[in-house]
Design a protein around this ligand. Structure first.
Ligand SMILES: [Ca+2]
Ligand SMILES: [Ca+2]
Length: 177
């Protein structure tokens, strides 16, 4: 019974791990010769279902993108992300995810433009930006499989993980006097 439980739990954890990978976003840095945010967004979405400008909702996601961008940049090089101004200092993610995590440079957002970009100042953080500036070097694409129905094998995973939890319950009952 215990071995069967451990095997079931192991399979469950492996499947959860695989699902985590399958559900993980992937990113691309695209260089452009224009500076318009809407044009960049249209280009990102044209890659297919699940593709859009990056919605950066955690420090881990920010770190992943900052690492991809690297540090071989000129001061104020900027890359559009999917942070669209609602009004004033209020922004929303193009993915529709809740706005919570923020990584603005000091003094930003200061009211420029309609969207925000990753902005290099010997480090990366966000800056709201106008769309006609030479600093715009490109944009960050995020492929989010959760936005592409049929890509994520979640139901099968939950079933297997559930079987492991059932095994855990059985062992706990057995140990009771
Ligand atoms: Ca994201
Ligand atoms: Ca700004």
């Amino acid at each position: 019974m215990k071995n069967r439980f451990l095997a079931g739990l192991g399979v469950g954890l492996i499947m959860v791990g695989l699902t985590g990978m399958a559900n993980a976003s992937t990113y691309q840095v695209v260089s452009v010769s224009y500076s318009d945010w809407n044009q960049a967004r249209t280009a990102a979405q044209s890659l297919g279902t699940g593709y859009d400008l990056a919605s950066i909702t955690s420090q881990a996601e920010f770190d992943t993108i900052a690492t991809m961008l690297g540090n071989s940049h000129s001061n104020r090089d900027e890359y559009w992300i999917g942070a669209e101004r609602v009004s004033g200092s209020t922004f929303k993610w193009v993915s529709g995810e809740a706005w919570g995590y923020e990584k603005w440079w000091d003094g930003e957002p200061n009211g420029d433009g309609i969207a925000a970009a990753m902005d290099w100042r010997n480090g990366w953080a966000w800056n709201d930006e106008g769309s006609a500036l030479g600093q715009i070097k490109g944009y960050i694409v995020e492929y989010n499989p959760k936005s592409a129905p049929g890509q994520a094998p979640e139901p099968a995973t939950m079933l297997l993980f559930g079987a492991g939890l059932v095994g855990l319950g059985a062992i706990r009952r057995k140990k009771q006097p």
